[in-house]
Design a protein around this ligand. Structure first.
Ligand SMILES: C[S@@+](CC[C@H](N)C(=O)[O-])C[C@H]1O[C@@H](n2cnc3c(N)ncnc32)[C@H](O)[C@@H]1O
Length: 297
């Protein structure tokens, strides 16, 4: 599940979700993607919608040998935060690192890890000249924000360059416990808000993103493998649950036009906040991971 503030993504949300994403990502798809990376030179990985560099932190320790990561994000503030966070992450592992123009060089016993941060809008592919020289493209928690038209344009560019793509944590829906009779109504409004148009783009794919990724990559000739990547959020994860309720509170009222519906939403939210406060609220969020492989020549 993704949600943006007007200036980009709240870094505390990106950090809170990292642990849940990391344990939810499908290890088999990750292993297939990594096994296809070249062994005779540094692997080149392009991370789309990189945020604070979560995919580097998750994937790099699983990849043997030297690596070159290019992080692309439209939000310059996230990329500015990503480099010091990656540096702190490396130092915690006992790896030395130094800044490079536009990025970071991490010295690992297993092989150097170069990270370069590039600010760019993925809807403006003409500006992304570096797409072509990657061995693998990754994108975590990105595509619910995309429109189908923007996805198809990106997939066409990936197909033209025959780039394998690992698209993880594609949100498909949520379930809260304990059950509440108004959950279905509130989540239908919340998901409608996720699919709202984000001008100049048409409506975003929201919860349909995994199905649309499968269709778009398959039509472009990719072989697509899929696996579930659910989050199970226990009552103790109050920080993450608070973010979820805050997102719903920030989104749903914009979709309600009837005062009775608004009052019903307010009552639902009050019940859910009470469950949270008393340590009774838990969440199950469904996601799908996809690995799209270009056809063999
Ligand atoms: C939910 S966050 C996920 C960030 C990161 N992948 C992670 O797992 O923590 C989605 C990210 O995609 C970026 N993003 C959304 N639309 C984009 C676009 N059109 N071009 C580039 N970045 C985009 C946002 O700025 C944000 O950092």
């Amino acid at each position: 599940m993704s949600d943006a503030t007007p200036t980009g993504f709240d870094p505390s949300w990106l950090e809170a979700r990292h642990r849940f994403d990391a344990s939810a990502r499908d290890p088999a798809l990750r292993a297939i993607a990594i096994a296809r990376l070249p062994q005779d030179r540094p692997a080149r990985i392009l991370d789309l919608g990189a945020g604070l560099g979560a995919s580097v932190r998750h994937m790099a320790p699983h990849i043997p040998g030297p690596q070159r990561w290019r992080l692309i994000d439209a939000d310059p503030a996230s990329l500015q935060r990503a480099i010091p966070r990656l540096s702190a992450w490396a130092l915690r592992r006992g790896w030395s690192c130094r800044p490079t123009p536009g990025g970071l060089l991490i010295d690992r016993p297993d092989g150097a890890l170069h990270v370069e941060a590039i600010c760019g809008d993925l809807h403006d592919l003409a500006g992304l000249t570096d797409l072509g020289d990657a061995d693998l493209v990754t994108a975590n928690a990105l595509f619910d924000l995309f429109s189908r038209a923007d996805l198809d344009r990106l997939v066409a560019a990936l197909a033209a360059r025959r780039l394998p793509t690992l698209a993880t944590i594609n949100y498909t829906g949520a379930h809260l416990t304990p059950d509440d009779p108004d959950d279905a109504l509130i989540f239908s409004h919340y998901h409608a808000h996720m699919r709202r148009p984000r001008p100049p783009s048409p409506p975003a794919m929201g919860t349909t993103c995994a199905a649309q990724l499968l269709e778009s990559f398959s039509r472009a000739g990719f072989r697509v493998e899929q696996g579930p990547s659910p989050w199970r959020v226990p009552p103790e994860a109050k920080n993450l649950l608070t973010h979820l309720l805050n997102f719903i509170q920030g989104a749903v009222p914009a979709t309600l036009h009837d005062p009775d519906e608004r009052a019903r939403f307010d009552r639902w939210l009050a019940r859910r906040r009470l469950h949270l406060q008393r340590g009774h609220l838990a969440a199950h969020l469904d996601h799908v991971d996809l690995l799209a492989l270009p056809p063999d020549r």
